[in-house]
Ligand binder design. Structure first.
Ligand code: ADP
Ligand code: MG
Length: 453
């Protein structure tokens, strides 16, 4: 109902998007695409900045995502174009990352637009799987034409980067690997079992970390490739095992609203990496590999306090070991540690609330809301990744009687996720727009993972 009205971002009909994109591909490249592939963005109810510390994340795949139309080439060239208005600068021609002399490092065009690295990085990371998974081997001469279009805000904290990577990886598999040849068209979707999807999520994460240089921890890629309709994933980032939790009972009477603040972030530019480095310095002082090992399976607030006390004691006891923490700033490292620990605690509390959903949806919804709001305080005060527009959205939503609201994604821009009673949606969105007319809304509808269209 809401999606039809501006400023709701309409995810549209995937089949319709695919048809339109294929026609546009033919116009741009003068030939037909071999297919169109889609991967969703995500909303994470809890677990920001802890995937790389082995924490638990609770994300869901969105109906909104990124479409890639593609056709293979045999000249080791990638021709790439995005239809995103801000980024579209015509067709970028870049060498295949596989065509360089050094197989361990991708060959990258220095002058190509930054966004093309997400795509060429994925092709490189896919081919890196080949020694153990020959079904994913890509010919050195492989190239492709790609046309990209997205229904996600770009840099909006709903993971357009992972959606691009995951849609691109399917396009490359389909058009450039033995696995794609063996499972053509729609058959690819089912042939990619959860095990293979986990492998591809790791490859896409590798592309973003090693080629783009963003400090992502695998949450986004995992849910884009392994999410499921009506479900949240409980994702244990120690081993990337997932459990799907049905949240249909929550969404019968409530709406999960993602509010894009319009403040785009860019995670490659170091701030996100700084926050991560602070937490890693604290982890090194506590010899915790990863940080999640500092808490028991069912942590309490006392366990979190004990970790912070251990940090304070270790700081006094280990002059040499604390040098890194001191150089980064003791107070900052302690706050990052506290964010990581409380966020891990909140994930376990949220998981417990989700498990109570079928029996008592009203009570569970109110607990989930409280956990969201506590998560925002932690993002603001301890992770220090929030910003005025996001704080304002949280305040207005809570004043309008939202059950809870928090900043999601890496921060420094991006989106707020709010849990609303269905009957309050119109009033709260109207109040939000009065304060910030440029806000855009995404109805979070737990949806299918990456697939061929
Ligand atoms: P988020 O993943 O939260 O949207 P990121 O900063 O991680 O934000 O990723 C945004 C970046 O990903 C963009 O700056 C761009 O480089 C790339 N990107 C994402 N979607 C697209 C797209 N449709 N076309 C081109 N580049 C894209
Ligand atoms: Mg991203």
């Amino acid at each position: 109902m809401h999606q039809d009205q501006h400023p709701w971002i309409d995810p549209g009909d995937p089949a319709q998007h695919a048809t339109t994109l294929a026609a546009e591909f033919t116009r741009v490249y003068g030939r037909e695409p071999a297919g169109v592939w889609f991967a969703p963005g995500r909303a994470n109810l809890n677990g920001e900045h802890i995937d790389f510390h082995g924490g638990r994340c609770l994300p869901t795949a969105l109906a909104h995502g990124t479409y890639v139309a593609a056709a293979p080439r045999d000249d080791a060239v990638l021709r790439l174009r995005t239809l995103d208005e801000q980024l579209d600068d015509g067709v970028a021609v870049v060498p295949s990352p596989l065509s360089g002399a050094d197989a361990d490092h991708p060959r990258l065009a220095q002058d190509a637009p930054a966004w093309t690295r997400y795509v060429s990085g994925v092709l490189w990371a896919l081919d890196q799987l080949a020694p153990e998974h020959p079904e994913f081997e890509v010919d050195a001469g492989y190239g492709a034409d790609l046309l990209i279009s997205s229904t996600l805000p770009i840099g909006g904290g709903l993971s357009s980067s992972a959606a691009l990577e995951c849609a691109a990886v399917l396009a490359f598999i389909a058009t450039g690997t033995p696995f794609g040849a063996e499972h053509p068209e729609h058959r690819l979707t089912g042939a990619l079992d959860d095990c293979r999807r986990a492998l591809l999520a790791a490859a896409c994460m590798r592309a973003e970390v090693e080629v783009v240089g963003a400090g992502t921890g695998g949450l986004d890629q995992t849910v884009s490739l392994r999410g499921s309709r009506d479900h949240l994933l409980s994702l244990d980032c120690r081993d990337f095992t997932v459990r799907a939790l049905n949240i249909a009972p929550l969404l019968r009477d409530h709406v999960l609203l993602a509010v894009d603040t319009g403040q785009a972030h860019w995670l490659g530019d170091g701030q996100f990496g700084d926050r991560r480095a602070d937490a890693e310095a604290a982890a090194a002082l506590l010899t915790a590999q990863p940080l999640r090992t500092l808490l028991p399976a069912d942590p309490t607030a006392d366990d979190v306090d004990a970790v912070l006390t251990a940090f304070d004691q270790q700081l006094k006891a280990d002059a040499a070991g604390s040098e890194l923490v001191r150089s980064r700033g003791v107070a900052a490292c302690r706050r990052r540690l506290r964010h990581a620990m409380t966020e891990m605690l909140r994930s376990e509390q949220l998981l417990a609330a989700l498990e109570r959903l079928p029996a008592d949806p009203i009570e569970a919804a109110s607990s989930i809301g409280e956990i969201l709001t506590q998560g925002h305080l932690s993002m603001r005060e301890d992770a220090e990744v929030s910003f005025d527009e996001a704080d304002d959205v949280v305040d207005v939503a809570l004043q309008g009687d939202a059950l809870g609201a928090r900043l999601i994604g890496g921060g420094f821009g991006g989106s707020v996720l709010a849990l609303l009673r269905a009957g309050d949606v119109d009033d709260i969105t109207a109040a939000l727009l009065r304060k910030q007319p440029k806000l855009r809304f995404v109805n979070v509808v737990p949806s299918e993972p990456a697939r061929a269209l």
